[in-house]
Design a protein around this ligand. Structure first.
Ligand SMILES: [Zn+2]
Length: 413
């Protein structure tokens, strides 16, 4: 019998529950399906005997406490584990997970009966890492939702295991399951004080060994270009074409500093929305850089280009609205590396090689770390997230659960 007997059934049940978030919604959580699912998780936490289980009106998160079983826990850090319940912007209706037992590490996996969607080792060479594993895939019509229901299932199963094994000594543990990570707002109202942990982890990473404590610094810029539309026959020296202004602006940015031409720690400007007419045009950019100084320089450049164009045009035709989104959590973590060091040690104890790379994105932990709670990210197991080719190994989910327990044990030492 598997070490965590309910881990897989729990995961399969979670992924069949539709909990997609919605960027256009103004409610928190952004969708009612997340509200319902978080209520179910609250009941499950209560059923496992966790205490002070409560759902925050402000953030939509459910928080719970597993009390310490140490005689003296005065010097033991309170550790928190966090996952998000929403799934990405891809069909999540009627998820039908398929299980491929004891995968041979080389065969292609047909997702749907007709074979329209196939996981091939040519296209997804990571499959070769899973020889002998039991893989959970989609049926080709939806995403899987291992991001991040694998994290939810792992944390829940770790708590269940601790309740069944009181001989494992641990300090106080906090659990948090929240909404809307995929639309970037989930952690905005996270209440660090209410959560009550000294260090925390999001369990929201990818393959075995992932340990992340460096993310992008991130901002978004919305630009409006104001033109002047007149008849084309009499346009000379009168017409101002807003679309052309938007193009000129884009052409003033460094052409090579875009997502499709950068990797590692290279930052970028990314134009991802463009609409307009001669009268008015709109563009939206995201700005990303791991280095805070370069990040600030990128934002300044965007402001400078707008200002220069306005000066040349003789009036304010370019309006820029620039907003910071999140910052590189490394800035916070570097001051106290305990959370990272403990996670590394836990993985090494279990024979897992920690894979530490800068994330070319953000995590809920980026925001939570800047609220004062250092929160690196641990692997949860998923591959090819956010689409129909998503899959997860049940053995890696077990390892992720092992890591949670090992962290808890190390902190109690
Ligand atoms: Zn995620």
């Amino acid at each position: 019998m598997a070490k965590y007997e309910n881990l897989v059934t729990r995961f399969l049940k979670y992924v069949k529950t539709e909990t997609r978030s919605n960027e256009d919604s103004t409610t928190i959580p952004s969708t009612q399906t997340q509200v319902e699912f978080i209520k179910e998780l609250a009941n499950e936490l209560k059923g496992l005997g966790l205490q002070n289980v409560h759902i925050s009106d402000e953030s939509g998160y459910v928080f719970a406490t597993l009390p310490s079983n140490l005689e003296d826990d005065a010097n033991t850090k309170v550790v928190g584990f966090i996952s998000h319940v929403d799934t990405a912007d891809f069909n999540a209706h009627n998820v039908q997970p398929q299980i491929v037992e004891n995968y041979d590490g080389e065969s292609d996996i047909k997702l749907d009966e007709a074979g329209n969607f196939v996981l091939t080792t040519a296209e997804f060479p990571n499959l070769k890492n899973y020889k002998g594993h039991d893989l959970i895939t989609t049926d080709g019509s939806t995403l899987l939702g291992a991001d991040d229901k694998s994290g939810v299932a792992e944390i829940m199963s770790a708590m269940e295991y601790l309740q069944a094994h009181p001989e494992i000594k641990h300090g106080e543990i906090k659990v948090g399951f929240g909404p809307d990570e995929e639309i970037g707002t989930g952690a905005d109202n996270f209440n660090v004080e209410d959560f009550g942990a000294d260090i925390a982890y999001t369990v929201d990473g990818g393959p075995l060994g992932e340990l992340e404590y460096e993310t992008f610094n991130a901002a978004q810029a919305k630009l409006t270009f104001k033109g002047k539309d007149v008849h084309t026959g009499t346009a000379k020296n009168v017409m101002v074409n807003a679309i052309q202004l938007a193009i000129n602006y884009q052409n003033s940015l460094p052409a090579d500093e875009v997502p499709e031409k950068t990797e590692g720690r290279e930052g970028f400007f990314h134009l991802f929305k463009f609409d307009g007419s001669v009268e008015e045009a709109h563009t939206t950019y995201i700005i990303r850089d791991h280095d805070r100084k370069h990040f600030e320089e990128r934002k300044q450049l965007m402001l400078d280009i707008a200002e220069r164009m306005n000066t040349e045009l003789g009036e304010e035709r370019v309006v820029i609205d620039l907003q910071d989104q999140y910052y590189n959590m490394r800035e916070v973590l570097e001051k106290d590396m305990t959370a990272v060091d403990i996670a590394k040690e836990a993985m090494e104890d279990l024979g897992i090689t920690p894979e530490i790379y800068p994330v070319r994105g953000g995590t809920d932990g980026s925001k939570i770390s800047f609220m004062g709670l250092p929160t690196p990210n641990l692997f949860a197991g998923g591959e090819n997230m956010h689409g129909r080719y998503e899959y997860v190994s049940t053995q890696v989910m077990e390892k992720a659960t092992d890591v949670i327990l090992e962290i808890v044990k190390l902190l109690a030492k």
